[in-house]
Design a protein around this ligand. Structure first.
Ligand code: CO8
Length: 264
């Protein structure tokens, strides 16, 4: 891969977007690579959590930029048809991040602008370094957020705040992002990866199959009416009751010992 770095250890995949010359901006090649690597990760039993982050800039600064957007140099000459194809090319790996069996944590290490904010929002959980900057500057470029931003931002922070960010193109800092619910946590830059890793380990210590079913229940139910959503949840709950982890988890509680959970 030319633009991504994957490291796997202790059931955690750290996936770095790495285009130092362009502050990790997302071009077609990077999106294709992302799709390929997420397909591979989804099929791997030895990965339970994915931490998505940005590589350093060309001066080696690790906290300059997570992703500074989609690649403007590539988009500048797009026709309407090419732009649509580019949007769809991004939506496939973005939906993988959202719906894949594994939990996805985005460790935002600097600028998360345009497509950078949008890919962070496709992940399950966002942790930001205290210097991170979020924004949707597209309307200032004469376009709109096209990697899901008009939809996911409104769902995460509410319509009023999403409209303000998108219409004014004002960037917000990490603390404001936390205040409005765009990120789950803000930590000192040097604590970013340790915090993400600690959270990943905590999640892995739970029943992994149960976590993946809970993720599916939350995602699938979000756009359903509450009655059908709760019925769907009951069905998934039933499935988790047929697992080793359910017998072990509940048995351990009743026997007053620590549970030894696996992934089913
Ligand atoms: N695309 C391409 N190159 C970029 C991008 C980008 N988004 N961002 C930065 N770069 C490049 C710069 O051109 C520069 O290259 P060079 O060194 O060759 O001149 C290098 O990265 C370093 O950037 P700067 O010198 O500008 O660094 P600064 O520290 O001065 O500024 C900023 C950092 C503020 C992040 C600045 O680079 C910036 O404003 N970048 C653009 C941010 C932006 O507007 N992002 C949104 C892009 S549009 C988008 O994401 C749309 C997504 C949906 C598309 C849907 C299609 C269907």
């Amino acid at each position: 891969m030319n633009n991504l770095v994957l490291e796997v250890a202790e059931e955690i995949a750290v996936l770095k977007i790495s285009r130092p010359a362009a502050l990790n901006a997302l071009n077609s090649e990077t999106l294709d690579e992302l799709n390929e690597v997420l397909t591979e990760i989804e099929a791997r039993d030895d990965i339970k959590v994915v931490i998505l982050t940005g590589g350093p800039d060309k001066k080696g600064n690790e906290f300059k930029s997570f992703v500074a957007g989609a690649d403007i140099a590539e988009m500048v000459n797009f026709t309407a048809a090419e732009a649509r194809t580019f949007g769809i090319k991004a939506s496939v790996p973005f939906f993988k991040l959202m719906n894949m069996r594994q939990v996805t944590i985005c460790a935002v290490n600097g600028f998360a602008l345009g497509g950078g904010c949008e890919i962070a929002m496709a992940c399950d959980i966002r942790i930001a370094s205290d210097n991170a900057i979020f924004g949707q500057p597209e309307c200032g470029l004469g376009i709109i957020p096209g990697f899901g931003g008009t939809q996911r931002l409104a769902r995460l922070v509410g319509m009023g705040r999403a409209k303000e960010m998108i219409f004014t193109c004002d960037n917000i800092d990490a603390n404001e992002a936390y205040r409005i619910g765009l990120v789950n946590k803000v930590v000192a830059a040097e604590e970013l990866m340790p915090t993400a890793t600690k959270m990943a380990k905590k999640i892995i210590s739970k029943g992994s199959y149960a976590v993946s079913i809970a993720k599916a229940a939350i995602n699938n139910g979000y756009d359903m009416d509450i009655k059908n959503a709760v019925e769907m949840e009951a069905n998934l709950f039933g499935i988790t009751c047929s697992t080793h982890d359910k017998a072990e988890g509940m048995g351990a509680f009743l026997e007053k010992r620590a549970a030894e959970l696996t992934d089913f």
